[in-house]
Design a protein around this ligand. Structure first.
Ligand SMILES: [Zn+2]
Length: 120
């Protein structure tokens, strides 16, 4: 998860919320911006932006670019940009695609990440 929103993110949030940049920065300095929610909005915004910039990048490349920008898992990006209609399952830790059965059995984690959690 991103630690701190930067000027670049505030500019995008200003566009998304239709508020002047100074207002967004002021709200943030007052601690009134929910970082999780803001990042979700930013991810959706970036996703649309990348889609409009021709089909230069594959879906996987767009997803990974957003993962790097906001330091989030692939699961989180897919969940945000595709919504809950996607019936695909991804490990909560590493973001690897897993089966529904594996997800249910391991409470949302893949086999490898489940093994890593075992304390001996
Ligand atoms: Zn995993």
């Amino acid at each position: 998860m991103i630690v701190r929103l930067t000027e670049k993110h505030f500019k995008k949030l200003a566009v998304i919320t239709d508020l002047p940049l100074e207002e967004v920065i002021k709200l943030n300095s007052m601690g009134l911006i929910d970082c999780d929610r803001a990042v979700a909005l930013l991810m959706k915004y970036d996703w649309k932006l990348l889609l409009s910039n021709a089909s230069a990048y594959s879906a996987q490349q767009r997803i990974e670019a957003i993962m790097n920008e906001y330091n989030v898992t692939e699961h989180r990006v897919r969940e945000t940009v595709y919504g809950n209609r996607s019936m695909e399952y991804y490990c909560k830790e590493c973001g690897r695609k897993i089966t529904k059965i594996e997800s249910l059995k391991n409470r949302g984690y893949c086999h490898k990440c489940t093994v890593k959690q075992i304390k001996l």
